[in-house]
Design a protein around this ligand. Structure first.
Ligand SMILES: C[S@@+](CC[C@H](N)C(=O)[O-])C[C@H]1O[C@@H](n2cnc3c(N)ncnc32)[C@H](O)[C@@H]1O
Length: 313
């Protein structure tokens, strides 16, 4: 490159990608982030409108003033424990992209276990139907407390890819959460397989609606415990998505009582829970009398995470 074509020299004090990443990582660490470098990269990629991987080949590029201003705002908010997913407006779950706002819970890796269990339930039911000479038909799935729609959408999308025929109904009491769930279903091109209804648990469903799988990730934190959680959760995520009443089990109690009215014969009941709820939930399901084969499934970290039962009555 001739002298005339050389780019203007970068002033030594300029804020390059490298320098911003280093400074931000240190700053966020000081403010308590356990994932400071990752946060810095995600926020900077968002501010620059590029992929994270593209930062690595742009280390020595200075930031435009507008990008610096955006980054300054994002870093300030992150330092006050605002979750990265809300700052950038999306989160990956089950290899799909979901838009998230402060109106919906941020999808968690723990919840991927619920998706896996539902898909396993679909496969088992289809295999049982075909081995007894019936048509595979459509498996009817209910996702209660759908929030961003992550469970319903991940299940429907994966079943579509593996040619399992499912019909998914998803409900939530929050109209704003539902509008985000609908948007996510459309963005993931699966809105033709899912219907969304607004209301309290089973209330928005027709009384005759029956399902082969009744699943969900209901609010299950006890009201008193919420304020003791990390600020990221306690201060920023919707209380409606977390609060399971005085013992954390209030929504489960109502779900367990009402699910049999909407269960097809031999339907599966699959709910996410917190690990310490495994025992009380097993007792509640057994005491009810309308459930059998009560088991607990562990999440990818080996903690009890899903309560599973067959609905018999
Ligand atoms: C723990 S979040 C789960 C969201 C999403 N399924 C997930 O796994 O990320 C619980 C959801 O339940 C909804 N919810 C709370 N109480 C409800 C009720 N009584 N009936 C229906 N939905 C409810 C909240 O609005 C929230 O979206």
């Amino acid at each position: 490159m001739s002298q005339a074509e050389s780019p203007p020299p970068t002033p030594p004090e300029s804020w390059t990608v490298r320098r911003v990443l280093e400074w931000t990582t240190g700053h966020l660490k000081k403010h308590g982030s356990d994932t400071a470098r990752l946060d810095a990269e995600i926020l900077l990629a968002h501010a620059r409108g590029c992929q994270r991987i593209q930062l690595y080949t742009a280390y020595d590029e200075p930031l435009a003033d507008s990008v610096r201003a955006t980054m300054r705002d994002l870093v300030q908010r992150r330092a006050q424990a605002e979750p990265v997913a809300y700052l950038v407006g999306h989160r990956e779950f089950f290899s799909l992209n979901f838009r998230v706002t402060r109106d919906v819970l941020i999808p968690r890796p723990d919840t991927e276990t619920l998706v896996i269990e539902i898909i396993e339930g679909v496969k088992t039911l289809v295999a049982a139907r075909t081995s007894s000479g019936q048509a595979a038909g459509t498996v009817r799935i209910l996702d209660l407390c759908t929030g961003s729609g992550c469970v319903a959408i991940a299940v429907a999308k994966n079943c579509q890819m593996t040619k399992l025929n499912v019909n998914v109904i998803a409900t939530d009491i929050s109209p704003v959460a539902l509008s985000i769930a609908r948007e996510n279903a459309a963005a993931n091109k699966i809105d033709d397989r899912i219907e969304f209804f607004e209301g309290d648990l089973f209330a928005p469903l027709a009384s005759a609606a029956k399902f082969d799988i009744i699943a969900g990730n209901p609010p299950y934190i006890s009201s008193a415990e919420i304020d003791t959680l990390d600020a990221e959760v306690a201060k920023h995520e919707p209380r409606l998505a977390l609060d399971g009443g005085p013992t954390g089990l209030s929504v489960f109690e109502r779900l367990i009582a009402a699910a049999p009215q909407h269960a097809a014969p031999g339907a599966l009941f699959l709910m996410e829970m917190s690990p310490e709820q495994a025992e009380p939930l097993q007792q509640m399901l057994t005491a009810h009398g309308g459930y059998s084969d009560v088991t607990v499934r562990k999440d990818l970290a080996g903690r009890p995470r899903i309560i599973k039962a067959r609905i018999t009555g």
